[in-house]
Design a protein around this ligand. Structure first.
Ligand code: TXD
Length: 319
């Protein structure tokens, strides 16, 4: 049986980290596509050579030709330009929309049966544009943001409570912007919801509010520290969790940017919601009950996603 092929469209910081993680986990053979000549080839060769030490046998290949992604089961898209300090995710829209058009055409031609995970920012608009540009079924094109935002929330909570991150389960809804919606009520430590932990005196409400705020601004905090780009280790790990759920038909429940067709009262937009990912791609959108404050926050987040998509349509009315 042929080995699974995973195509990474974009061989920058996240793409390179993904290639390394995929090899360490022996999830499949890797093709790194990038427009930069030499970079994907160099990274592929470097990681392939690490296989001699780590003992993995994955084949890695770097390329500047879309034809080489042919037959990929999964495509993970990071192609584009990342944020620099002082830039908002929305500033990236003009450049990255054009990139999505090219990438969409490449995937449509060479990997039309793939499960496509978009990471490029501004995420909720770029995944929408990528689905349009590729013409792939909506359940096979998904955006990565919620897994990362949730991981950040989990990390901060585990640190605060001095407990294992494994025992923290968190929930973040909405778009991948500073108005994302960390759902405190559905986030737990050892199964105990956060509002109960406030009542139990484990944490003060104002401290919890600070953690929620830090989660919302989690991407910017790292951009400010790195100064030359944005986060890549946790984003790569997050996208890989989604790829693995598909490849192994795990039916994982993960917060992702999924196409909504009436769920949460939204039609025709990609928004961060819990979904079930299995061999069928996005198999189900999980619609949870929201109280009025949560709903208001989600609506605000959806409004900003809508603004980004409208900006894309203005730039390219064909989409
Ligand atoms: O949660 C999330 N979704 C995110 C998103 C978290 C962190 C970073 N996020 C976004 O991912 C970030 O704002 C960027 O838009 C992407 C990729 O981030 P990365 O840090 O990997 O960026 P790099 O290192 O600049 O890599 C981008 C690569 C680079 O090698 C370019 O040469 C290549 O993309 N590139 C292209 N490849 C193919 N085709 C085209 N047109 C192209 N243009 C640039």
């Amino acid at each position: 049986m042929a080995r699974t092929k995973i195509a990474l469209i974009g061989g920058g910081m996240i793409g390179g980290t993904l290639a390394h993680l995929i090899s360490l986990k022996e999830l499949g053979d890797v093709v790194i596509f990038d427009i930069a000549e030499g970079v994907p080839q160099g990274k592929a060769l470097d990681i392939a050579q690490s296989g001699a030490v780590e003992g993995h046998d994955c084949t890695l290949r770097g390329t500047n030709a879309y034809a080489d992604i042919e037959g990929a089961s999964v495509c993970i898209v990071t192609a584009g330009v990342p944020r620099k300090p002082g830039m908002s995710r929305d500033d990236l829209i003009g450049i990255n929309l054009k990139v999505m058009e090219q990438v969409g055409a490449g995937i449509r031609k060479y990997a039309p049966n793939a499960f496509v995970i978009c990471i490029t920012n501004p995420l909720d608009a770029m995944v929408w544009a990528l689905q349009k540009a590729s013409g792939l079924p909506r359940n096979m094109v998904i955006g990565m943001a919620g897994v990362l935002d949730t991981a950040r929330f989990q990390h901060f909570l585990a640190e605060e409570f001095r407990v294992s991150v494994q025992d923290v389960s968190a929930f973040v809804l909405g778009g991948h912007g500073d108005d994302m919606v960390p759902l405190v009520r559905y986030s737990t430590v050892g199964g105990i919801p956060l509002p109960d932990l406030v009542k139990m005196g484990w944490i003060r409400q104002d401290r919890l509010d600070q953690i929620v705020d830090r989660t919302r601004k989690g991407g910017g905090e790292i951009v400010g520290l790195l100064k030359t780009g944005s986060a890549y280790y946790a984003p790569a790990a997050s996208a890989l969790a989604m790829a693995e759920a598909f490849l192994k038909d795990k039916k994982r429940v993960l917060p992702c940017a999924a196409y909504l067709n009436g769920e949460y009262g939204v039609k025709g937009l990609y928004v961060g919601v819990p979904v079930i990912i299995g061999a069928g791609g996005t198999e189900r959108v999980v619609e949870i009950d929201l109280n009025s404050a949560e709903r208001a926050m989600l609506m605000k987040s959806i409004e900003s996603v809508k603004g980004l998509v409208d900006a894309c349509i203005k730039i390219n009315p064909q989409l």
